[in-house]
Design a protein around this ligand. Structure first.
Ligand SMILES: [Zn+2]
Length: 192
């Protein structure tokens, strides 16, 4: 059994003045983890003419030859087309399932369960693998859902990029700069 520790968003250090990176359509490159660059990388990209500065921090960096306010939001000049079908990875399966055991709803000690066990011909695919805590995994064991009387909360499916984007939005990092909020959706209350 494969056991993974769930890593929520890496800690953001506001004093490090990270820049939120938007695609050319002004949507974040990614939500989970949130697309952030160090201020050094952001400035480098400005000088390489790869990004537009959308918003600033109050902080300024100076050298003998130049002075610049640190960017707090940048947008790429060239649109990066997101993959329509996200890769089938452990991380993306957890993200699709909101880091939640599909049998009991717990968030800890997550593993993967083959809904139809491999021993009964179940495949390792989006449609047959769900996040499950190790207790449920152990309990369900090598049985079919109707034998174990355990069914996943959401029938497993192949997500598209928007599904994962929506899922990623549910896990904001510890810190969000004010200037980022116009480009994020953590401040909106409901989605249809
Ligand atoms: Zn469970």
């Amino acid at each position: 059994m494969l056991r993974l520790t769930v890593h929520f968003q890496p800690t953001v250090r506001p004093e490090a003045c990270p820049a939120l990176v938007l695609n050319a359509d002004y949507r974040p490159l990614s939500y989970y983890p949130l697309s952030l660059w160090s201020w050094q990388d952001a400035i480098k990209a400005v000088f390489l003419d790869r990004v537009n500065i959308v918003s600033h921090y109050d902080k300024t960096v100076r050298s003998p030859s130049f002075e610049m306010r640190l960017p707090s939001v940048v947008s790429l000049k060239t649109y990066i087309k997101p993959a329509r079908h996200p890769a089938f990875t452990r991380f993306n399966v957890f993200l699709r399932d909101r880091f939640t055991c599909q049998y009991c709803g717990h968030h800890e000690d997550l593993t993967f369960d083959h809904v139809i066990p491999r021993s009964k011909g179940g495949l390792t695919t989006w449609e047959n693998v769900v996040a499950a805590c190790s207790a449920c995994n152990l309990l369900k064991s090598d049985r079919l859902p109707n034998e174990a009387r355990m069914w996943p909360a959401v029938a497993p499916f192949q997500p598209d990029i928007d599904d994962l984007r929506r899922a990623g939005r549910q896990f904001p990092p510890n810190y969000l700069h004010d200037s980022w909020m116009d480009y994020l959706y953590w401040d909106s209350v409901l989605e249809p």
